[in-house]
Design a protein around this ligand. Structure first.
Ligand SMILES: Nc1ncnc2c1ncn2[C@@H]1O[C@H](COP(=O)(O)OP(=O)(O)OP(=O)(O)O)[C@@H](O)[C@H]1O
Length: 700
């Protein structure tokens, strides 16, 4: 969990994978990893404060009707509701605790796993055996003490003849109880570990299924911490459910019963009232302490968020010399953790002392009653010893119960986030009767689509456009007009609010998500790379691909020669988020990946923006030849119009609507927005050419 204050910008998005020790870590993060400061991430988010890489906006005349004035935006929430300290009543908390225990009990008695049920059954059998043996120990002890109460010299006996067998039984029961307990732990270990694995996997799977919007607002550092704590809590919760709570209650009942039966009402009364006082004190104090634990957890999440965020954005920290500022933020988060942890520790001291006072008072009273019994001749010295032993023996489970309750509350708290995560609904999912997408020609159609990431800010407004099958299309327009949003909607990262999107006549909400996403290949503006080798990253497009196929894809993306020059070739590690290779190399790796995926619908979102003109032209001609091989529908989102002027159709978008469309020549002839953009860019190029010619002359 884990996972903190995310601004929507790519750079502020920490990677889950940073906490690699955890089973839930790596893959998620890298998918959302970000690149160098000058580009957007896969979701189109650019780091704060970075100017758009093109100045198209200024050239656009605003002739399209303006959207209704948007309501003032509410300030972005800085805390993650899943990770912040939840404000809940005790009743709600208990309800949540029970729900978690109920959920966990399914792992203890899985209907479909006989092995696990047998292990749990055996463990419980061993536990009962250990407890029964345990209560025998004081009886033997009493008998040994009582049998010693003779005149050995007069009777001519030895310790062996008088109490040998009982001493042996005493030893054997102790050893037996310990053995039973240890075997039980060994038998149960696999039950707990299996449950941890299952829960961790299902949380991870759910995380991967959750919507993009969930991941964009999550705080990764804190999230991973919460998941980490939550999974650790599982083992404790399961162990205590089976071995502590019920068995300890059983042991207490056994001891109370024996005391009452053997020594009468007075003893039972003291024992009973001690139990009641001890339990009440423990529960009340623990409930009071819980808030400190929650505060500590929330502060811990915050600290992890801050740390992960600044480590992920290491470059930005350095560029702006903000090391001190970041350390300050981290220290502030740690300060609250420190404060909360001190409260946890001091309140624990109070709890421990109170428990001890209650218990010792009871022990003292019992010893007094016992000693009085011996003095009056009603009890033997052995009885006194047995009472002491029994009550003392009770202190172990009681203490245990106290700490178990404490720890249990803590584990439940830790697991709450984990289970809440599993409850987060997936908004974009398959319909019940969804059939796989049946791709025939590859036509994409947006019909009256209205969409906004927030209800108060529509991005696409009643947009209708058709991307003809098998053609090469470009979508151009000013920054922020919704170009990448079109791709995200088609990929079903989000669902439209009005209208529909059709692929070969099928509404994409009616077809299986997996089949739809399989059919689409995306080369995003910023390539999410895993901190692994180049080969691993290319093969991500098709896990089945052989080394030769990987090399072939790299050749077609014009990156093979570059890779071959690296000392480690295809085994070169690309670093965290691919920071150890250049932006242009990253983009070409992304293209190789998509070539390996070989989908019928292709989207290139500013896919060559980091390349020099020469490499870009060479790569584009390669891409063109790939497109021609099979009839594919391809869409290029671009700002540099020179890279798309040869497209079969160019759609010009402005403020979420189609401003105009046609071929390059048609649009130039129309003398509209496209023609203006084209002239502006051409003038820029001409100026640059002139400048470089002049500088060339002066240097000569
Ligand atoms: N997850 C999001 N939540 C809220 N707003 C978003 C989100 N993603 C994008 N936006 C906003 O939606 C608008 C359209 O974004 P989009 O990425 O589609 O623009 P674009 O035309 O591709 O821009 P560019 O040319 O700069 O890449 C932008 O103003 C952006 O800030």
């Amino acid at each position: 969990m884990l996972r903190q204050h995310f601004a929507r910008s790519a750079c502020s998005r920490p990677a889950l994978g940073t906490l690699r020790s955890h089973p839930l870590a790596a893959p998620v993060t890298r998918v959302f990893a970000t690149g160098p400061l000058h580009r957007k991430d896969a979701h189109g988010h650019r780091p704060h404060g970075h100017p758009p890489k093109h100045a198209v906006k200024t050239a656009v005349p605003h002739t399209v009707p303006q959207v209704k004035a948007a309501k003032p935006a509410t300030p972005a929430k800085r805390t993650d509701p899943l990770l912040a300290e939840p404000v809940v009543t005790n009743k709600e908390q208990r309800k949540a605790d029970w729900a978690i225990m109920k959920e966990m009990s399914r792992y203890l008695w899985p209907k479909d796993n006989l092995g696990t049920r047998m292990r749990v059954g055996l463990s419980v059998g061993l536990l009962i055996g250990a407890k029964l043996l345990n209560v025998q120990v004081p009886f033997y002890f009493k008998s040994i003490v009582d049998s010693m109460n003779i005149d050995f010299a007069a009777m001519g006996g030895t310790a062996w003849t008088v109490a040998g067998s009982m001493i042996l039984c005493y030893g054997a029961t102790r050893v037996g109880a310990t053995l039973f307990q240890e075997v039980r732990n060994a038998v149960f270990a696999s039950v707990a570990q299996k449950a941890i694995r299952k829960v961790a996997c299902s949380v991870y799977e759910h995380l991967l299924r959750l919507d993009l919007s969930f991941h964009l607002t999550r705080q990764t550092g804190g999230l991973t911490r919460a998941i980490d704590r939550g999974t650790k809590g599982i083992s404790f919760l399961l162990t205590s459910m089976v071995f502590h709570v019920l068995p300890t209650a059983l042991e207490i009942m056994l001891v109370c019963g024996i005391l009452t039966y053997q020594y009468g009402f007075k003893f039972a009364l003291v024992t009973g009232s001690t139990m009641a006082a001890y339990t009440a004190f423990t529960i009340l104090t623990t409930s009071w302490r819980t808030k400190f634990r929650k505060q500590a957890n929330a502060a811990d999440n915050r600290a992890a968020t801050v740390a992960v965020d600044s480590l992920i954005n290491y470059e930005a920290v350095k560029y702006f010399n903000n090391e001190k500022y970041e350390v300050g933020r981290y220290d502030k988060a740690l300060q609250s953790y420190e404060r909360a942890s001190i409260k946890v520790a001091t309140s624990l001291a109070l709890l421990n002392s109170g428990q001890n006072i209650i218990f010792s008072s009871a022990l003292t009273a019992m010893m007094y009653f016992g000693a009085s019994g011996v003095a009056s001749g009603q009890l033997t010295v052995g009885d006194l010893v047995m009472i002491n032993q029994l009550v003392f023996q009770l202190s172990v489970p009681l203490n245990f119960l106290g700490s178990v309750y404490r720890e249990l509350r803590q584990s439940l708290l830790d697991m709450e986030t984990l289970f809440n995560l599993q409850k987060v609904n997936v908004a974009v999912k398959d319909k019940k009767d969804a059939k796989p997408l049946l791709l025939t020609a590859g036509e994409i159609r947006f019909e009256n689509v209205t969409f906004g990431y927030r209800p108060d800010r529509p991005i696409l407004k009643n947009l209708t456009l058709t991307i003809p099958a098998g053609k090469k299309i470009a979508i151009v327009g000013p920054s922020g007009c919704g170009k990448s949003t079109i791709l995200r909607l088609l990929f079903r990262f989000y669902d439209v609010q009005e209208g529909r999107i059709l692929v070969d006549g099928q509404d994409i909400r009616d077809v299986g998500l997996e089949s739809l996403q399989k059919a689409i290949g995306v080369v995003p503006q910023d390539t999410p790379l895993f901190n692994d080798t180049i080969e691993h990253n290319i093969r991500y497009g098709n896990q089945e691909a052989s080394h030769e196929q990987v090399v072939e894809a790299a050749k077609r993306a014009r990156v093979h020669d570059t890779i071959s020059q690296f000392p480690d070739g295809y085994g070169t590690m690309v670093g965290e988020r691919g920071m150890m290779i250049s932006g242009g190399e990253k983009q070409r790796l992304a293209i190789s990946r998509v070539i390996l995926k070989d989908p019928p619908l292709l989207f290139f979102d500013e896919a060559t923006s980091a390349l020099d003109t020469y490499t870009e032209q060479a790569l584009l001609s390669h891409i063109n030849s790939i497109l021609k091989e099979k009839s594919r529908t391809s869409v290029f989102i671009a700002h540099r119009l020179r890279t798309i002027y040869d497209c079969d159709l160019i759609i010009v978008l402005r403020e979420g609507q189609v401003a105009e469309s046609g071929t390059h020549q048609e649009l130039i002839d129309r003398a509209g927005l496209y023609s203006e953009l084209w002239s502006a860019q051409e003038t820029q190029f001409a100026d640059k050419d002139e400048e470089s010619a002049l500088s060339g002359e002066s240097s000569r």
